[in-house]
Ligand binder design. Structure first.
Ligand SMILES: *[C@@H]1O[C@H](CO)[C@@H](O)[C@H](O)[C@H]1NC(C)=O
Ligand SMILES: *[C@@H]1O[C@H](CO)[C@@H](O)[C@H](O)[C@H]1NC(C)=O
Ligand SMILES: *[C@@H]1O[C@H](CO)[C@@H](O)[C@H](O)[C@H]1NC(C)=O
Ligand SMILES: *[C@@H]1O[C@H](CO)[C@@H](O)[C@H](O)[C@H]1NC(C)=O
Ligand SMILES: *[C@@H]1O[C@H](CO)[C@@H](O)[C@H](O)[C@H]1NC(C)=O
Ligand SMILES: *[C@@H]1O[C@H](CO)[C@@H](O)[C@H](O)[C@H]1NC(C)=O
Ligand SMILES: *[C@@H]1O[C@H](CO)[C@@H](O)[C@H](O)[C@H]1NC(C)=O
Length: 415
């Protein structure tokens, strides 16, 4: 049996290293490095370019086994979680050559993440690349199809490079930048690059639904392309990220964070509908938690963005609160004064940009240290149980789909 893998992950925007990011090469790394061993410290350009320090991800193991591969996110496609499939870098922030230079490094020697995606081996072989971040791919002074300016300073137009490389290799490939094009992708397209915004894709609640696709729509388009396979039912590896849940939490925008979670859930539902659990392992997890708490005995049908009564001083309290963040209120502040005029004690359900309270005044709410859930369906899903380190995840997926150089369900021992 040929087994395909879909990894759906939420949050993104993670600090890479212990306690964060799913290490897609199965090896623990130093904070904020990607696709390299612990021999590479943050910002160490010399060590980063040594092949022996590179950690190869499950995306490449899958490509080597003849499978189709793809990455999808609502964040920038060069951000920490998606780049864990293809990049090798000493700093997750080196997403364009300009940021490599600003760190005092040689950007021709230590290539930025966008460059690696388009010009280097793993990224070149992706059948599907869908997300935000067009700015990282365009020279300053040039604009993307939506009119936003690029941020590269090396004059390399990476979108044109991708299109021309695919043309030279005689591949059925298409670059797209809006929803209409995504829904109209031709059935014989084998490679797709879709960049739908200059930076992060808009929050779903701010999205122009005729211009920008949803995560669910990107998921459907991606599965259609990778599931065609390279030959006889070769299977595929697909990484899909609901990247903006985390970013909404950092801003204390609980309303948007929960809405993004609903969108993530729709993407999972779509993946389940379009696949067969006999041959597709779907793994759903996140790279870390946030400090949001849900408390105060809310009644059934109580609005989740509403109040659960008053505190001992008669000041209103909410169901949703953060331990810290930009929603900090001065002592004695009565949340009732923030009422935006909605009724039934659901005062904040009508305000998608209300910043929910945090105990400490920080410009960005922080990650939490809780263990996060991991849910799996399909072949070998029972192996995801109990408490495990996040770098174990790709090893189990590789076992199930018979890729990589370790022991697999197909009984191939180590080489
Ligand atoms: C930057 O690196 C490239 C490639 O290794 C090299 O050719 C060039 O001389 C370097 N530039 C400087 C200023 O060191
Ligand atoms: C734009 O790129 C050029 C090199 O192509 C560089 O000289 C210039 O400083 C860049 N401008 C900005 C605003 O980054
Ligand atoms: C849909 O795709 C076909 C080619 O596959 C193209 O001819 C047509 O113009 C596209 N329509 C839209 C609305 O983009
Ligand atoms: C792709 O094929 C399906 C049926 O196989 C068809 O319904 C659909 O219209 C086709 N789409 C395009 C863009 O040709
Ligand atoms: C949404 O995008 C379409 C297509 O670009 C545009 O015509 C429309 O005005 C936009 N709607 C809003 C509310 O911005
Ligand atoms: C989407 O892109 C296509 C091709 O560039 C363009 O013809 C169409 O007007 C765009 N749609 C929107 C809604 O902007
Ligand atoms: C939180 O800190 C910022 C920056 O010092 C300040 O402008 C703001 O007033 C503070 N918030 C409160 C409620 O004190």
């Amino acid at each position: 049996m040929i087994v395909s893998i879909i990894l759906l992950t939420l949050f993104g925007w993670a600090i890479v290293g212990h306690g964060a990011l799913i290490e897609l090469g199965g090896v623990k790394a130093n904070t904020a490095t990607i696709g390299v061993t612990a021999a590479v410290e943050l910002n160490d350009c010399e060590e980063m370019i040594k092949k022996e320090n590179h950690v190869i991800s499950i995306a490449k193991w899958s490509q080597d086994a003849g499978k189709r591969t793809g990455i999808v996110t609502t964040s920038r496609i060069t951000d920490a979680s998606p780049s864990g499939t293809y990049a090798h870098t000493a700093n997750r922030r080196w997403q364009d050559d300009t940021s490599v230079k600003e760190a005092g490094q040689n950007s021709t020697k230590c290539r930025d993440i966008a460059y690696q995606l388009i010009k280097e081996k793993i990224g070149k072989d992706f059948n599907v690349i869908l997300g935000g971040g067009s700015g990282m791919f365009l020279p300053n002074g040039t604009r993307d199809d939506l009119g936003s300016e690029g941020s590269r300073s090396d004059d390399i137009h990476l979108i044109n490079e991708w299109v021309n490389d695919k043309k030279a290799e005689n591949k059925n490939a298409q670059y797209i930048w809006n929803r209409t094009e995504l829904l109209n992708v031709s059935n014989n397209t084998d490679y797709i690059l879709g960049l739908f915004s200059e930076g992060y894709m808009p929050f779903n609640l701010d999205r122009n639904v005729s211009l920008t696709p949803s995560l669910e729509e990107m998921t459907e388009a991606a599965i259609k392309i990778v599931s065609k396979g390279n030959g006889e039912e070769d299977g595929y590896f697909l990484f899909i990220e609901g990247g903006r849940i985390d970013q909404a939490h950092h801003l204390a925008l609980a309303h948007k964070a929960l809405d993004e979670t609903v969108e993530f859930s729709k993407a999972i539902q779509k993946a389940v509908e379009l696949t067969n659990e006999e041959d597709t392992l779907i793994v759903v997890t996140s790279d870390h938690a946030h400090t949001l708490s849900m408390s105060g005995y809310p009644d059934r049908y109580n609005d989740i963005f509403g109040t659960v009564g008053d505190d001992v001083d008669g000041n209103m309290i909410l169901t949703l609160n953060y331990a810290n963040g930009p929603g900090y209120k001065a002592p004695g502040h009565n949340l009732r004064d923030d009422d935006t005029g909605n009724h039934h004690n659901c005062i904040f359900s009508g305000d998608k940009d209300y910043q929910f309270p945090g105990i400490y005044n920080l410009t960005a709410e922080t990650h939490g240290a809780d263990d996060v859930g991991i849910f799996a369906k399909g072949p070998w899903s029972h192996l995801f149980s109990g408490v495990m380190e996040q770098n174990v995840i790709p090893h189990i997926m590789a076992y199930a789909s018979c890729v990589g150089s370790g022991l697999t369900a197909c009984c191939k021992g180590p080489e």
